[in-house]
Design a protein around this ligand. Structure first.
Ligand code: AMP
Ligand code: ZN
Length: 482
């Protein structure tokens, strides 16, 4: 796969340390509120990346943290404690807030067909890892203790400034306005590894450490969690573009100083989803969530489809109109697929391979998902039998995860139900599986049209799947043989 690398600023073949295997890390959500659909744009694109790597035949070990410690609204030493803010807002404990919003995050991910990473680790689970790493950094003279906190000494590095020349507006987030300088720092870019002096009187989560009771700096959690679950070498690190500086710069600084060797050669950053009024932010109060999309009658997968139509390295503007267009296109696509009839013809392997090659080339070119979608439409248009088309759609959907065949089966069942109602026809009283219902209705329709060969074939196919049909005066019912 060709992939752009934020570290080298070039697109190149993505090479892993162990051929065929990818150690992948993703910066996870801060769980003090619902994820907004901007956050989820990043997770959708990272999900596609992971699935594409697997589709190419690689094994992937993907790790994600959950930021449930303290964390400050700005680079580690000023700002406000987001978790505490959430707890106060909802009159709950910080851990209750973390649990509630972690579950909410994965529920949103499920609706968007975002796979759960192999390992998900809450930051509060790994305090001893951070203490071990920070102790070693002090030992190696990369860190110092001042005014009650432990700081990383950025002047010890020859090249600290990775990523900071992303002079985009997004990056300004890392260096928020109004950040007060911390007098304890030796250098402007030093950052906190361990706090004992919190700005907040009621800092909720604290742990004992060799430097006093306190809590880890934000950047430390990703280093600690990745080293624990990915090992000393990482192949691929992902996050939204606002994470690039200073978060990822600082992750690299502390990880490589601790390890004494390069850590991660490939960095993948997803650019932002914005609204017409600017950047989306959880702290702004009102923001767009998956639930809001659903309340307005949208299928979350239409939002996924919308995201796939543009490139991850471009900012994307969200408007309701854009989403409506995506929903319309998605519905049309599903209707086209629902109109395909799975027959008994064999898949045309040559056409299948040709089309698959196109898809691999498209998505394999720096995750060009919009060309991947074009390849999908091409597969629908190609001169081939419906079996071949369905096989291609199923294959591509391993990466795109748009539930194409499932939604098409649902649509067929709905349409069949609607037509049976209007025709005063068949009643389904089976076990509620839309695909089976659709086949049962198709058989009833075939019988009505005196196409007994097709009706018998459907009955026999279902029988082979352990499903028995019973014709009753009220209509057809079916049951699974137990
Ligand atoms: P957070 O929950 O704030 O830690 O952010 C979770 C992920 O969403 C991080 O990878 C961020 O970089 C990313 N992110 C934040 N805002 C946006 C946005 N507007 N568009 C895309 N990704 C974002
Ligand atoms: Zn991180």
């Amino acid at each position: 796969m060709q992939l752009y690398n934020s570290l080298t600023r070039k697109k190149a073949e993505f090479i892993t340390r162990i051929p065929g295997h990818v150690e992948m890390y993703t910066c996870g959500p801060t769980v003090y509120h619902f994820a907004h659909i901007g956050n989820l744009r990043s997770y959708i694109m990272e999900d596609i990346l992971e699935k594409f790597l697997r589709y190419e035949g690689k094994s992937v070990n993907r790790v994600m943290n959950i930021t449930d410690v303290g964390h400050l609204a700005s680079d580690a030493d000023t700002g406000e404690d987001k978790m505490l803010k959430g707890a106060k807002r909802e009159h709950k404990t910080v851990m209750e807030i973390a649990k509630f919003y972690t579950d909410a995050f994965f529920a949103d991910c499920a609706k968007l067909n975002i796979k759960r990473p192999d390992t998900v680790e809450p930051a509060t689970n790994c305090i001893q890892e951070y203490i071990r790493i920070i102790s070693a950094l002090i030992e190696k003279d990369y860190a110092y203790f001042a005014g009650g906190n432990v700081y990383f000494n950025s002047a010890r590095l020859e090249r600290y400034y990775l990523f900071n020349d992303y002079n985009e507006e997004d990056l300004a987030v890392g260096v928020r306005e109004g950040v007060e300088e911390d007098a304890n720092k030796r250098n402007r870019n030093d950052f906190v590894l361990w706090f004992t002096k919190s700005k907040f009187e009621d800092q909720a989560l604290k742990w004992d450490s060799p430097w006093g009771v306190g809590y880890p700096g934000w950047h430390m959690e990703c280093t600690g969690i990745s080293l624990k679950h990915n090992g000393e070498y990482l192949d691929l690190h992902c996050g939204g573009i606002d994470n690039a500086f200073p978060h990822h710069t600082n992750e690299i600084a502390q990880s490589e100083s601790y390890l004494g060797h390069p850590w991660c050669p490939q960095w993948f950053h997803v650019h932002h989803l914005n609204t017409n009024s600017g950047k989306m932010s959880k702290s702004k109060g009102e923001f767009l969530t998956v639930s809001l999309l659903e309340e307005k009658g949208f299928n979350p997968l239409a939002y996924r489809f919308f995201c796939l139509q543009s490139h991850y390295r471009k900012n994307l503007v969200f408007t309701w109109e854009n989403l409506e267009n995506a929903q319309g296109a998605y519905n049309k696509l599903i209707a086209k697929i629902a109109a395909l009839t799975p027959g008994s013809a064999p898949v045309d392997q040559e056409i299948f391979n040709q089309q698959k090659e196109k898809f691999l080339k498209s998505v394999g070119n720096d995750l060009n998902t919009s060309l991947g979608i074009t390849a999908l439409y091409d597969a629908l248009k190609v001169k081939a039998n419906d079996e071949t088309k369905l096989a291609l759609l199923k294959d591509f959907d391993q990466v795109l995860s748009l539930s194409l065949l499932e939604k098409a089966a649902e649509k067929r069942a709905q349409d069949a139900k609607a037509s049976s109602q209007t025709a005063g026809g068949f009643v389904i009283t089976g076990e509620g599986d839309p695909e089976i219902d659709a086949l049962v209705l198709q058989r009833a329709q075939a019988k009505k049209e005196k196409n007994f060969a097709l009706a018998d074939q459907i009955r026999n196919d279902l029988k082979a799947r352990g499903i028995t049909l019973l014709d009753t005066p009220q209509g057809v019912t079916w049951k699974t043989e137990k």
